[in-house]
Design a protein around this ligand. Structure first.
Ligand SMILES: [Zn+2]
Length: 245
């Protein structure tokens, strides 16, 4: 017992001596992470698709709608590019499309072909009115003749409907028999415009033949589309230019 007490006292004494010898020492702070040069940098992930519907070739069809409040921010009046419109009405397209359309219409006129724009940019509300008018005449068949609101390429500000005197200034199939329509089939792609709803592709496009309806996608895309042999919808889906807005 005594021995145990001595040993215990001795231990306390040693411990006290060690305590008096301990001085606070500032240790260098070791970094918790490896230096930057040795850090493992994760590989860059592919950029996320842009949250926008402003790509000039964005796909809009029955399965890919635009929101009601979408409108392009760079709409320009067609008169500014010398483009004749039906009744001289003020019509708009996105600036790049309008510029190219101005060249197209001017070159067609130089070749003796009259092209008048009967319809260009249409807002969601415009399309609502247009579709309602068509539905009041044709009933359910209107669905194969015109896009429902939100599904129209006209809301993109890159689509135009043509007519001329030879077609009685109407937007109908008679236009497809005019020499101006032949000129378009041969030359429109040089200006970046393509026939969106061709004859014989109704199953893929979901719409009847519309010889008057052309859409701007840029001359590069227009050329690639023709080479691909795909419908416009199939081609744009493959290009992954889907509406993201
Ligand atoms: Zn149209």
């Amino acid at each position: 017992m005594i021995l145990a007490c001595v040993l215990a006292t001795g231990y306390v004494f040693v411990e006290a001596q060690q305590a008096t010898r301990i001085r606070p020492v500032r240790q260098p702070i070791t970094p918790s992470r490896p230096p930057l040069a040795e850090a493992v940098i994760p590989p860059a992930s592919p950029p996320a698709p842009e949250e926008s519907c402003d790509d000039l070739s964005v796909l809009v069809d029955r399965s890919h709608p635009l929101p009601p409040d979408y409108y392009p921010k760079d709409l320009a009046p067609l008169w500014a590019y010398g483009i004749p419109t039906l009744g001289g009405a003020e019509m708009l397209l996105r600036r790049e499309a309008a510029q190219h359309l101005g060249h197209l219409v001017g070159d067609a006129a130089a070749d003796g072909e009259e092209l008048v724009v009967a319809s260009a940019y249409r807002s969601y509300v415009d399309q609502q009115r247009s579709y309602a008018r068509l539905a009041s005449i044709y009933g359910t068949e209107a669905g194969t003749m015109s896009a429902t609101p939100g599904h129209s390429q006209h809301q993109l500000g890159t689509a135009v409907d043509f007519t001329n005197a030879a077609a009685g200034y109407e937007v109908w199939r008679a236009f497809g028999s005019t020499s101006a329509s032949s000129w378009l089939r041969e030359h429109a792609r040089e200006y970046g415009f393509v026939l969106a709803y061709p004859s014989g592709r109704e199953t893929e496009t979901g719409y009847q033949w519309e010889p008057w309806h052309y859409r701007y996608v840029g001359s590069g895309n227009a050329g690639h589309l023709e080479e691909s042999g795909l419908s416009l919808q199939e081609f744009l889906a493959r290009e992954d230019v889907l509406p993201r807005c």
